[in-house]
Write a protein that binds this ligand. Sequence first.
Ligand code: ATP
Length: 260
Amino acid sequence: MTTAPFDALAPHPTTGFAAATSDLSKVHGSGDTRVVALDRVSVSFREGEFTAIMGPSGCGKSTLMHCAAGLDSVSSGSVRIGTTELSTLGDRQLTELRRDRIGFIFQAFNLLPTLTALENITLPLSIAGRRPDQQWLDRVVSMVGLSQRLGHRPGQLSGGQQQRVAVARALVSRPSIIFGDEPTGNLDSRAGAEVLGFLRDSVRELGQTVVMVTHDPVAAGYADRVVFLSDGRLVDEMSRPTPDRVLDRMKALDSRVRTS
Ligand SMILES: Nc1ncnc2c1ncn2[C@@H]1O[C@H](COP(=O)(O)OP(=O)(O)OP(=O)(O)O)[C@@H](O)[C@H]1O
């Protein structure tokens, strides 16, 4: 297949949406083991907005994030990062797009143990052969409160500090969008609140776009908007969520899943 010339770092026109899916379906397995993880999900993530994806266990949250971030193939429908339709990209172009335009934060911090905090933060840029913009790096490092810890290796940092390194690593290349999969799942509530505060600050102060999968209503309360999945479908959304309102909505969804 021939693909159009592609430069992940070229200035890209903007639609006001950092990412969007349209009629996205994802089927795992076949025959008896066939699972429809996503069923025609259309959702858009506005630039400069913090969105949480929530829903009962197994409803397709991680699958949606993985498909939207180009980490997993789709069965049908489409995914766009900015104006780039992922299905038009070859494997190498997709890898470059993920490297240059998407930041990732996972539950397990995924830092390299032999590298210092600073080296971990700048690793995606080093791999891409890019030099960090020193002013931006300083701003990101100071925002996540790591200025005094840059020479430490992950083993010398607390879990919360390690996740702050992961947040800085995601921010340093100024990606179009950051995807977080349960980024506070391995943290106690205080360290989790810090990391969520930094994510929110990155949206408020730096204009970053963040999409986070979580099952924690308190974490979702940091977002500008929550989208709810149930059984692979987008069933609801909420603006300016509070933990209490999210919890009520989740209870309603859980009882719907149990009685269906
Ligand atoms: N690789 C796979 N092979 C087969 N089925 C899968 C695979 N990955 C996910 N699934 C199924 O797809 C559905 C959605 O899974 P997914 O992990 O996206 O849900 P989730 O909402 O993130 O769940 P949780 O909150 O428990 O992490 C589930 O029924 C799951 O069992």
